[in-house]
Ligand binder design. Sequence first.
Ligand SMILES: *[C@@H]1O[C@H](CO)[C@@H](O)[C@H](O)[C@H]1NC(C)=O
Ligand SMILES: *[C@@H]1O[C@H](CO)[C@@H](O)[C@H](O)[C@H]1NC(C)=O
Ligand SMILES: *[C@@H]1O[C@H](CO)[C@@H](O)[C@H](O)[C@H]1NC(C)=O
Ligand SMILES: *[C@@H]1O[C@H](CO)[C@@H](O)[C@H](O)[C@H]1NC(C)=O
Ligand SMILES: *[C@@H]1O[C@H](CO)[C@@H](O)[C@H](O)[C@H]1NC(C)=O
Ligand SMILES: *[C@@H]1O[C@H](CO)[C@@H](O)[C@H](O)[C@H]1NC(C)=O
Length: 344
Amino acid sequence: MIMKRIPLISDASLHLLLPLIFVSLSWMMIGIEGHAHHYLGKEKVTQLHFFFHDTISGDNPSAVLVAQRNGTKVGNGSPGQFGEVYVINDPLTESPDPNSKAVGHAQGLYVFAGQKELLLVFAVDFGFTSGEFNGSSISVLSRNPIMETDRELAVVGGRGKFRMARGFANLHTYSINTIGIEGHAHHYLGKEKVTQLHFFLHDTISGDNPSAVLVAQRNGTKVGNGSPGQFGEVYVVDDPLTESPDPNSKVLGHAQGLYVFAGQKELLLVFAVDFGFTSGEFNGSSISVLSRNPIMETDRELAVVGGRGKFRMARGFANLHTYSINTTSGDAVVEYNVTVFHYV
Ligand SMILES: *[C@@H]1O[C@H](CO)[C@@H](O)[C@H](O)[C@H]1NC(C)=O
Ligand SMILES: *[C@@H]1O[C@H](CO)[C@@H](O)[C@H](O)[C@H]1NC(C)=O
Ligand SMILES: *[C@@H]1O[C@H](CO)[C@@H](O)[C@H](O)[C@H]1NC(C)=O
Ligand SMILES: *[C@@H]1O[C@H](CO)[C@@H](O)[C@H](O)[C@H]1NC(C)=O
Ligand SMILES: *[C@@H]1O[C@H](CO)[C@@H](O)[C@H](O)[C@H]1NC(C)=O
Ligand SMILES: *[C@@H]1O[C@H](CO)[C@@H](O)[C@H](O)[C@H]1NC(C)=O
């Protein structure tokens, strides 16, 4: 597909806010002394502006394909790239000119996580190497619907001067005549709200139209007796979220990203997934989940580390209950109750 060559040069503006709450964290550091008190200080808002160069072609690519579907069919109309995983080290520059001053690098990975559309999910550290934020970085875990010219990414954390940061990035795909970004001058957090979301996730591995595809696994490496055979498997997912356990019930959104079998001794997943909603009040918003998911436990909790849209700057947790699992195919239906703290 020609889409593969889509330039991902983006003009990204990042807005960062440091959270207000850090009061009780030291209590949780059991057995560690001497950092009892950390005071965040006054929360600041910083706007960063740079251009992101994603180069797939040529002899010196900044993004390399490292995994993809192994022939798994994914249904008519699916972008051929569904499942592709790229590891990136993309330069960030001051202007769209790749030879302009470098301000940092975006390092990590992105996956093509749209089963129906061309969409990326980023799990990327944006590290800065110049100016006031030299040595600092921000962490992004977010969907990136690259076919939309203007879009928002969730900033879920940071290092250095961006410790404890949360925020959002507005991206604009650069083209010769449109450089500017306007209108993000003022953002106020407002009062914190709590929202409860309830839905069912359908993870389908089998059949002709799977929503989860295996893209990488161990290459014969032995991992010891008693290890689950799946240790090391990486799946890219685009799992529908519905109102009831019935797969034909109303679709509320999609969980897109990847999960890995990360238990050397037990069957356990780690999720790096954007849950995007497409109906109701939260249409266009999403939450970012980076968390272990001990699937053998019937009831379990996942960490919500950020969000987009109405869930900008969100934090929260998700309570999961396995509604059904087909042990032959691995297909599962999981009930989610998500508690989200957010501002918009
Ligand atoms: C692809 O899948 C087939 C069948 O499962 C397997 O035999 C083959 O080794 C796989 N190839 C790779 C590169 O994983
Ligand atoms: C950024 O910080 C590194 C390490 O402290 C230093 O070596 C480098 O010169 C700094 N770069 C700029 C442009 O300030
Ligand atoms: C597995 O590893 C061996 C040895 O490193 C290599 O020759 C082979 O090509 C690898 N196979 C795949 C499917 O990556
Ligand atoms: C959700 O938002 C999109 C884009 O704004 C719009 O096209 C779509 O109709 C909305 N869907 C619902 C169910 O409100
Ligand atoms: C979700 O909340 C509903 C209503 O409170 C409850 O019936 C259900 O058991 C909860 N499920 C999970 C997985 O927490
Ligand atoms: C479980 O999966 C197997 C293999 O895909 C399938 O043959 C079987 O019908 C499924 N069972 C149920 C209850 O859906």
